[in-house]
Write a protein that binds this ligand. Structure first.
Ligand code: NAD
Ligand code: UGA
Length: 467
């Protein structure tokens, strides 16, 4: 079997960066070049101050420190790196289309296509091309068509190797992956060889039985559906949180009770203000679009409901704040603890916080935010991206703080949007003393100690636990 010595990864984002850093760490004999057209991002990956890495992930600094400059390199030299590589990973973004056919639903594959064209143009010898990005089922067909029509006689093997890491636990997920999925052309010798070459890389640190080989289409589809299943569990538990609030059942107890059934399992049953992140919504919309395009209306409607339920949960949380604050939040200060879409990441893509803020700002609330890892620049970028009001109005209604106690001072209410551990141990007495009364807390993650807060005097509202 061919031993791989040089890899290129196009896209130095949340997936490309950590994934390649771990491959480089675990395979010191392989040169790993991570390339991107975003010069600032590459500069940040190369910064000698590891606190400036473009992505915050626990444990990532250590991995980068070990491999960078040894066999891990970040650069903007895309063509040279493609040319030198035996394997080229495509790890670029595949956002929801914002224009034309499939707008708001389908995945925008223009970045992937650009990569395929660039690989086709630059390659002088045979290569394995790996789809690392999450892609609609049968994308490999389009990639193959582009690569096979270059006319320069180079042979390509196309593999699908979707990534299952979650942000905030990326390094651990990569080190201890439940499974790695490699889809390829099992029916040809060259196809099988390519799959084995990639398997061999992961086998440097993962047991062989966790590396699954399938056909390309199963691999592409499994990635979309894995995310759909995970998101479905969250929407299911969130839908029941609403019922709990009406019936005095407690969603945390219900989740524990159903999750103890080993057939159901305990993970991904944590009720919340709604799931965020760059992928769940985009991948489900994509799945829905594919089903509709194939005339599978009922299947499409089934999965779309997961998204609709998530929108409902975010809206419900905001509406509950308005209702509780005597039906008006106009000019009231509401402090958000947390803006990231989950703890231990600085990523805010599709974060529930921005939708809840938007809803409250429509009712003229003043939102003041503290998040341990998200910059104020990012918060404003998120609000401006929603395009609900002018940038000037966003600047008037939204304020970011670098100190949580300052953020909470004189607030009418505090809303917990992200489950950062540090929020639990704040000096809640001090926060209470400096707030408007009655002092309301809306815990969108059910992380705070309700009893302690109520003893201090807070009016506490969790999700699905208000009995
Ligand atoms: P990202 O936006 O963080 O990174 C993508 C990078 O690709 C950007 O830095 C961009 O500049 C670069 N890029 C785009 N076109 C390029 C080109 N032609 N040449 C060079 N660089 C180019 O995206 P991400 O979060 O890393 O996601 C990448 C893919 O992985 C998506 O398909 C996503 O669905 C999937 N995925 C993401 C996660 C996650 O946790 N974020 C997990 C699993 C899978
Ligand atoms: C998710 C998947 O977990 C990864 O396997 C996948 O690779 C990735 O999407 C992707 O394709 O991008 P990620 O979005 O990074 O990972 O993070 P999750 O831990 O899945 O959380 C997603 C959202 O769901 C967060 O807002 C989180 O707070 C919320 N969530 C999660 C809940 O509300 N309840 C839960 O029980 C779990």
């Amino acid at each position: 079997m061919k031993k791989i010595t040089n890899i290129c990864c196009i896209g130095a984002g949340y997936v490309g960066g950590p994934t390649m850093a771990v491959i480089a760490q675990k395979c010191p004999e392989i040169t790993v070049n991570v390339v991107d057209i975003n010069e600032q991002r590459i500069r940040d990956w190369n910064d000698s101050d590891l606190d400036k890495l473009p992505i915050y992930e626990p444990g990532l600094k250590e991995v980068v420190l070990e491999a960078r400059g040894r066999n891990l390199f970040f650069s903007t030299n895309v063509e040279k790196s493609i040319d030198e590589a035996e394997i080229v990973f495509i790890s670029v973004n595949t956002p929801t289309k914002t224009y034309g056919k499939g707008k708001g639903m389908a995945a925008d594959l223009k970045f992937v296509e650009l990569c395929a064209r660039q690989i086709a143009k630059v390659s002088k010898n045979d290569k394995i091309v790996v789809e690392k990005s999450t892609l609609p089922v049968r994308t490999a067909e389009a990639v193959r068509s582009i690569l096979d029509n270059t006319g320069n006689g180079v042979k390509f093997q196309i593999l699908s190797n979707p990534e299952f890491l979650a942000e905030g636990t990326a390094v651990d997920d990569l080190h201890n992956a439940d499974r790695v999925l490699i889809g390829g052309e099992q029916s040809t010798e060259e196809g099988q060889e390519a799959m084995d070459a990639l398997t061999d890389i992961y086998a440097h640190w993962l047991p062989k039985e966790r590396i699954l080989q399938t056909n390309v289409w199963s691999s592409e589809l499994s990635k979309l559906t894995a995310n759909a299943f995970l998101a479905q569990r969250i929407s299911s538990i969130n839908s029941l949180s609403a019922l709990c609030e009406e019936t005095e059942a407690n969603i945390e107890e219900v989740a524990r009770a159903i999750g103890s059934d080993t057939r159901i399992g305990a993970k991904f049953l944590k009720t919340s203000v709604g799931f965020g992140g760059s992928c769940f919504q985009k991948d489900i919309l994509n799945l829905v679009y594919i089903c509709r395009s194939m005339g599978l209306q009922e299947v499409a409607d089934y999965w779309e409901q997961v998204i609709l339920m998530n929108d409902y949960q975010k809206r419900r949380f905001a509406d509950n704040i308005i209702k509780t604050l005597y039906n008006t939040v106009s000019d009231k200060k509401i402090t958000f603890l947390g803006w990231a879409f989950k703890k231990d990441t600085n990523d805010t893509r599709e974060t529930a916080a921005m939708y809840v803020a938007d809803h409250l700002m429509n009712d003229l609330a003043r939102i003041e935010v503290y998040d341990p890892k998200v910059s104020s620049k990012q918060m404003f970028a998120d609000m401006n991206y929603l395009n609900s009001r002018s940038e000037t109005e966003n600047e008037k209604q939204l304020k970011a703080h670098s100190d949580p106690y300052e953020a909470c001072k004189n607030a009418h209410a505090i809303a917990v949007l992200t489950e950062w551990d540090e929020f639990i141990d704040y000096d809640w007495q001090k926060i209470y003393d400096n707030m408007m009364k009655p002092a309301f807390v809306f815990d969108g993650r059910n992380i705070l100690d309700r009893e302690r807060l109520e003893k201090i005097g807070f009016k506490y509202y969790g999700i699905g636990i208000n009995s």
